[in-house]
Write a protein that binds this ligand. Structure first.
Ligand code: ATP
Ligand code: MG
Length: 363
């Protein structure tokens, strides 16, 4: 059985990093028949670990993320959407898994480490809530509750997956083989594993404000592309240009196809030809930026249109989430029962406990 689980934090609208890093893959997987179930989680409990004082932001973005999902073509007929805080089995699973991980192991997690710096907690490291450090464990609960074996993620999530795999192995060894070992699924295209921000920084991220959102208007898109960081040594037209670290080319790497050249810039056959000309010199940034606009807009236009459609139908959108959450609860409850049975903390549902007591009394 192939079960896919992924999710996003409702800390902002989704951006093109999410699109190439994970959403595009999800839509593809959804339309293939080699898997049995796909679940997509809006990780609001996770978002509270660093937004506990700003719940409104999380509340506002639950619906925004849901709108983004539907606009990219994720289909509620094929996919179960649910909201994390409503799944009652998750905190309980987290509790049991917490005993299987040491504190130094958690603190060593590279994603936890880098995100502690990124989030800027009051009083530096001393101000980090336990809930935040604990998030790899709660993520293991999310994945295992649904017995997911495939988890499409960006590269930043690999240490989380590694932690989840360790928990699964410990649990199955210690108690009983009930949990499924999850495998990360990274995008094949190197630049899509961690798309940089428009400011050239290492990762486009909602929290860093360096994003092109899927919901940006054409004007916003144009403006962001105009401001985009390119090659600071490419001053005069005839100067040779550099591709490395030049986000305009990174985004072209992630989005552009030979078809785009045919339609919008037939002077070149493909991206390699364009890159070679840029490197030789004689090609201005503005022209490439215009092309990038066409390429991105080609992907974003239909998404924008679909979003406008669903924005008029919020009740329906919320209903999809509620229905999905009901189904997800049924699946997670079943796993929780198996987990409690495996640990041996099932006193009432199983007559074995009473038998045990009677046997002991007779001895
Ligand atoms: P936040 O800043 O609140 O953490 P985020 O932009 O990092 O938000 P998440 O909700 O944490 O987004 O990530 C959701 C999924 O999208 C994860 O699988 C993550 O790996 C992937 N992802 C996020 N940003 C990028 C990116 N720039 N490139 C590729 N994948 C990404
Ligand atoms: Mg993140």
């Amino acid at each position: 059985m192939n079960t896919i689980l992924t999710g996003d934090r409702p800390t902002g609208k989704l951006h093109i990093g999410h699109y190439v890093g994970s959403l595009r893959e999800r839509v593809k997987l959804q339309n293939e028949s080699e898997y049995d179930q796909m679940l997509i989680m809006i990780a609001d409990t996770q978002a509270l670990t660093d937004n506990y004082g700003n719940v409104q932001k999380v509340r506002d973005n639950v619906i925004e993320v849901m709108l983004d999902y539907l606009s990219v073509g994720l289909d509620p007929k094929k996919t179960i959407f649910f909201v994390q805080s409503d799944i009652r089995a998750l905190p309980e699973l987290t509790m049991y898994y917490m005993n299987l991980v040491t504190l130094p192991r958690l603190l060593r997690n590279p994603t936890v480490k880098s995100e502690i710096k990124l989030r800027g907690f009051d009083d530096g490291e001393k101000g980090v809530p336990v809930g935040f450090v604990n998030y790899p464990i709660s993520q293991a609960a999310d994945i295992t509750a649904f017995k997911a074996n495939i988890v499409p993620v960006g590269e930043d999530q690999l240490p989380m997956l590694e932690q989840a795999r360790e928990i699964v192995k410990s649990f199955n060894n210690l108690y009983k083989e009930v949990l499924i070992l999850p495998n990360p699924k990274l995008p094949e295209n190197e630049v899509c594993k961690r798309l940089p921000g428009i400011d050239g920084s290492a990762k486009m991220s909602k929290s860093l404000g360096n994003c092109i959102y899927l919901s940006d208007t054409e004007e916003e898109l144009k403006k962001k592309i105009r401001q985009m960081y390119t090659d600071p040594t490419h001053i005069k037209l005839e100067d040779p240009g550099h591709i490395e670290g030049n986000v305009v080319f990174t985004y072209l790497d992630a989005f552009c196809t030979d078809e785009h050249f045919k339609t919008y810039w037939s002077e070149y056959k493909n991206l390699d030809e364009l890159k070679n000309h840029y490197k030789r010199g004689g090609l201005g940034d503005a022209k490439i930026k215009n092309f990038l606009f066409e390429v991105l807009n080609d992907t974003l236009k239909p998404i924008r249109e679909k979003r406008a459609y669903y924005e008029q139908r919020l009740e329906e959108v919320l209903q999809i989430l509620e229905e999905g959450t009901k189904t997800a609860n049924q699946i997670a409850d079943k796993t929780l029962k198996e987990v409690k049975d495996a640990i041996g903390i099932n006193y009432f549902e199983n007559s074995n406990y009473l038998k045990e007591l009677i046997n002991k009394g007779e001895k």
